[in-house]
Design a protein around this ligand. Structure first.
Ligand code: NI
Length: 171
């Protein structure tokens, strides 16, 4: 297992539509192990494969950040098959560091996908978990947090982000 570098905006891999996972083999398991280790090291509640530079439809989520071992979700080729409600909550992204912003999302979603054992599963998420599902699936479609905002909000946020970058570089 290894901690991988997180790709950050404006890395072009974050803008690509990721390819479906077709081969469920040992190297996929190793990739997932690295994703889980990288997510916990940051720490983050979710990580999509493009965020470590692998353009595949695959994510890991653990909204307990390792507190509960059975909370870890690994899903390949995930699809939202149902979504209801709408909530606006604060959200951040490891690929857009320094930014936390209010984003509207569905409150409850059902996600269909494949486990590493090639079992097709449907998972229901509510609240924070539903938000994590939507955020990570957005990554697989090349979308980042500010794509879910209004144009004006986006411009404000991007200027905040630029300021953050300058301050970070300064020290
Ligand atoms: Ni993210």
């Amino acid at each position: 297992m290894a901690i991988r570098a997180i790709r950050k905006y404006p890395d072009p891999v974050l803008r690509k539509k990721a390819a479906p996972v077709k081969v469920f083999d040992r190297s996929l398991r190793e990739l997932v192990d690295d994703m889980v280790e990288t997510m916990y090291a940051e720490p983050g509640v979710g990580l999509a494969a493009p965020q470590i530079g692998v353009s595949l439809r695959l994510f890991v989520i653990d909204i307990t950040v390792g507190e509960k071992p059975d909370a870890l979700i690994v899903l390949a080729n995930p699809k939202i098959i149902a979504a209801t409600g709408r909530v606006v909550e604060e959200e951040g992204c490891l690929s857009v560091p320094g930014i936390r912003t209010q984003i509207p999302r569905a409150d409850v979603v059902e996600v269909q996908g494949w486990t590493l054992d090639q079992q097709e599963v449907t998972l229901k998420g509510r609240g924070y978990l539903a938000r994590a599902f939507q955020h990570e699936i957005d990554h697989l479609d090349g979308l980042l947090v500010w794509d879910r905002m209004s144009k004006i909000q986006r411009e404000i946020l991007k200027s905040e982000w630029k300021r953050y970058q300058r301050e970070t570089i300064k020290g």
